[in-house]
Write a protein that binds this ligand. Structure first.
Ligand SMILES: [Zn+2]
Length: 436
């Protein structure tokens, strides 16, 4: 992180202090996990699938495309998805108009309005209103000003609408039955996929809920798998990871995988499709070879500095973007792997959030000494990690993933946008060494 050694930060707009922003955002110091925005789900809280929102559950999905579905069934499902799409958009419009960004379940009069208008059941109305409300909530959280337009025809079907059972006759493995309640009555036979078989073999439980959607004219079903998250390991080594796009993924315990990926990228032709999908699957395969069984903590860098490539097939800009994408994908895959194996994933802090005073909004590298945070300007004291977590939350750096949208490069200055709930305020950082 030597590149960040000479960063100079200053807050331009003191009116919207970061601490205030954190308060407006309802940030509860330290206790809000990255998934903390997930609100309790009223449908599940009726005691029906009480374990669903258990935070100790890991979730994964497996997508199956319904290529074998006959035409009449396809048309029925497509029409249903289209109907759900317009009803959801209706709810989105309604919530947006009401400025209702709470993400709560819609009240009955609202549901009944849609029921009358579209001739659907209350149950379906409620399920769709819930999805619309979550959509509005998340868009509002992301500070987007424009009303969301639902792009995909995707619907979550709870077990009131669908049952999943093994298919009894030959030729198929699963029988997904839409059982009415507002959804059409329909039997969809499915073939199992290797991902589904693998998950089941590894002890994952298939959830009763599915997601269904239409993508580029193809219907798909997402099965959801759940498993109790293993406790974090208490014994083992601390391993660092570095990835360099060209040298593959390098671990500090001398494991190296994925050296072939860069070479494969160079073989791609410019307008080739599915390049991302292939690279992702290659990355996944490479990571499978990594043995982290004796690892307790895996440390990775949050922000990836990208070295400019030598001349290759693609432009420098594309190479850089691809490299960022690769790194984000890699981090996502690592996050999953670590979660499944009980390894703590530690992200090094490139923003020096632990040196920033959340009280007086000043940066000073003398502020942090070991575990203690003590501001040399205002005297504010706190635990260093506590202070850093607060800052990170306020800067929207939450979670372990680096958000590329936070950084802007402008006239040789490096900007970080800090988004508060009302107005954005800016922190200018002057960088003596170019970061990219
Ligand atoms: Zn201070």
């Amino acid at each position: 992180m030597t590149l960040f050694a000479r960063l100079l930060f200053r807050v331009k707009s003191k009116r919207h202090k970061i601490t205030e922003a954190a308060l407006i955002l309802g940030v509860n110091l330290g206790t809000l996990s990255p998934s903390g925005v997930q609100r309790p789900n009223p449908i599940h809280n009726n005691g029906m699938v009480a374990s669903k929102r258990n935070k100790n559950l890991m979730k994964r999905t497996a997508r199956v495309y319904l290529n074998d579905l006959n035409v009449s069934k396809f048309l029925i499902v497509r029409e249903f998805l289209g109907q759900c799409h317009s009803i959801m958009q209706y709810f989105v419009d309604l919530f947006w108009q009401r400025q209702d960004f709470s993400g709560k379940l819609a009240d009955l009069p609202t549901v009944h309005r849609a029921k009358k208008k579209f001739g659907i059941t209350t149950r379906l109305g409620q399920a769709l209103a819930k999805q619309a409300s979550e959509c509005v909530f998340s868009v509002h959280q992301k500070q987007r000003k424009r009303k969301p337009q639902l792009k995909w025809h995707t619907v979550t079907l709870f077990y009131h609408f669908v049952t999943i059972s093994p298919f009894k006759k030959k030729g198929f493995d699963w029988c997904v039955k839409l059982i009415g309640s507002g959804a059409p009555k329909l039997v969809i036979p499915l073939k199992s996929t290797s991902v589904i078989n693998q998950r089941l073999a590894q002890g994952w439980q298939m959830s009763k809920t599915i997601r269904m959607g239409l993508k580029k004219g193809r219907l798909w079903i997402d099965f959801i798998f759940e498993k109790v998250r293993p406790p974090l390991k208490t014994q083992g080594r601390v391993v660092g990871m570095d990835s360099n796009y060209k040298n593959g993924v390098v671990f500090s315990d001398s494991q190296v995988v994925g050296q072939d990926i860069y070479q494969r990228i160079q073989e791609f032709k410019k307008r080739q499709k599915n390049t991302h999908a292939e690279i992702k699957s290659r990355l996944g395969q490479a990571l499978k070879k990594v043995d982290l069984s004796s690892t307790k903590v895996l440390s990775i860098e949050d922000l990836k500095k990208v070295k400019q490539g030598k001349r290759g097939t693609f432009s420098r800009l594309f190479n850089r973007r691809l490299s960022h994408w690769l790194y984000r994908t890699l981090v996502q895959l690592l996050e999953r792997k670590c979660e499944e194996e009980g390894i703590q994933l530690v992200v090094k802090d490139p923003f020096k959030t632990s040196q920033f005073c959340s009280n007086c909004n000043r940066w000073d590298r003398r502020n942090r000494k070991g575990d203690r945070f003590r501001c040399v300007h205002c005297g504010y004291q706190s635990h260093a990690d506590h202070n850093a977590a607060h800052n990170r939350r306020a800067f929207r750096l939450g979670g372990s993933l680096w958000s590329p949208f936070l950084l802007k490069f402008k006239k040789s200055k490096f900007w970080i946008t800090i988004e508060t709930s009302l107005k954005p305020c800016w922190v200018i950082t002057e960088v003596s060494t170019p970061i990219f």
